[in-house]
Design a protein. Structure first.
Length: 414
């Protein structure tokens, strides 16, 4: 830990650098992932806009309230008083000195509109839940994406005591919320996650879009949990949640706006034909999958279908947090042919159209068969293919073929 119990985050160094060069930064991501704790370390003043007493002055006159505070100012949960963004815009227009304002928010909706006042003035930085690497206090090492980009096995370190399959499941169901990782265990953790879901389908959802039915929204979240890490149609969710298509589309937008649902787009290239164009849906934190389905580690272990989704969602959560921090500016995709003959779980596209490909397998003993689609993609892309890896639940890292490896999932934080 650092200071008074602070767990360093991978974003810390980037955040500190940006504050010295930009007038306003907005940290966005799911509720309760540590945005406030991380940003508060750099602020001289903190305003909790989700507290009515503190928000009152900003509702009445945000410009005057802002001028009265020592800078840098942290405006926490800005979406509670949307007019505060206009005040930040005007302040930055008048004086664009770096390091004036930090904002945090758990809602995306207002960020996507053309009239959003932060455009060109407030730079966004995502923060998701704690990765295992951060929880283990290893946040300062080289990012795994950058290590994979070397295509060298020696650059990929496996922890001395990697988890077994049950250990990976337990890590996945623990998730990345700081409370569930650092403070709670057992029944208390499960109660916290159940409460998180309750607030999600009641208060959080109502804040973004009113007149939502909590019971129907809960059914939608449960359907998402059943189909996370899959390329599914709206009709699949319609049937699983027993909702009409219009409602499913609206709920999808809502959960995306709340940073609960992440959609990984399909990859496309002129070199490959007949590729599926639908995105892959993921719950952002794997603990929400377990909470929505009330699944225990042993129950996941007994259900092969659920096991694959839990492990896949967990791995993507580890990788997602690193992407925004890599100087390689990577983008995340998936690949699947229309006939289903070939499918690759994750494609990480680097600058210059280079690609790292990953398969995620809940097996301790990966074989050449598990890597066949990676080898196929390497042969199709030739020099564009940097490296491929089968991420598995066993303890060993080894080379399968040229630029194709088998790596324990724990390599992501080794």
């Amino acid at each position: 830990m650092d200071g008074a119990g602070y767990v360093p985050r991978m974003v810390d160094s980037l955040l500190s650098e940006l504050v010295t060069q930009l007038p306003a930064l907005l940290m966005v991501g799911p509720r309760a992932t540590g945005k406030t704790t991380t940003a508060r370390r750099l602020a001289l003043s903190t305003v909790r806009l989700d507290r009515p007493v503190e928000a009152a002055a900003f509702r009445a006159d945000p410009d005057t309230a802002l001028r009265a505070l020592p800078e840098p100012v942290l405006l926490d949960e800005w979406q509670e008083v949307p007019d505060v963004l206009g005040a930040v815009k005007r302040a930055v227009d008048d004086d664009p000195r770096p390091g004036r304002f930090l904002l945090t928010g758990s809602v995306m909706a207002d960020l996507e509109t053309r009239t959003w006042p932060g455009t060109g003035r407030v730079v966004r930085l995502p923060l998701y839940g704690l990765t295992v690497r951060e929880a283990d206090r290893r946040s300062s090492g080289t990012l795994v994406i950058d290590r994979l980009a070397t295509a060298e096995l020696d650059a990929l370190t496996v922890p001395a005591d990697p988890p077994d399959l049950l250990g990976y499941i337990e890590l996945a169901l623990r998730g990345g919320f700081p409370d569930t990782v650092l403070r709670l265990s057992g029944l208390a953790r499960r109660a916290w996650l159940a409460g998180y879901l309750d607030q999600l389908v009641t208060r959080d959802a109502q804040h973004v879009e009113s007149r939502r039915d909590p019971d129907r929204l809960r059914r939608y979240v449960e359907a998402l949990a059943l189909t996370t890490a899959a390329v599914t149609t709206d009709e699949t969710i319609v049937r699983a949640a027993n909702l009409d298509r219009r409602t499913v589309v609206a709920y999808e937008r809502l959960m995306t706006n709340l940073f609960v649902l992440d959609q990984i787009p399909a990859w496309s290239t002129q070199r490959l034909q007949r590729l599926v164009k639908r995105p892959k849906r993921y719950l952002v934190d794997s603990s929400l999958l377990g909470a929505a389905l009330r699944a225990t580690p042993r129950a996941v272990l007994r259900d092969g279908h659920l096991l694959g989704r839990v492990i896949d969602t967990f791995v993507v959560a580890q990788i997602r947090s690193e992407l925004a921090l890599s100087p390689l500016e990577p983008r995340l995709y998936h690949l699947r042919q229309e006939d289903g003959r070939r499918e690759i779980d994750l494609l990480i596209e680097l600058g210059g159209d280079q690609v790292i490909a990953l398969e995620i397998k809940a097996t301790a003993a990966p074989t050449t068969s598990d890597a066949r689609h990676l080898v196929w993609l390497r042969d199709q892309l030739e020099d564009r293919f940097v490296a491929g890896a089968v991420l598995h639940t066993g303890p060993r890292a080894f080379r399968i073929d040229d630029r194709v490896f088998a790596l324990p999932i724990s390599t992501l934080w080794g």
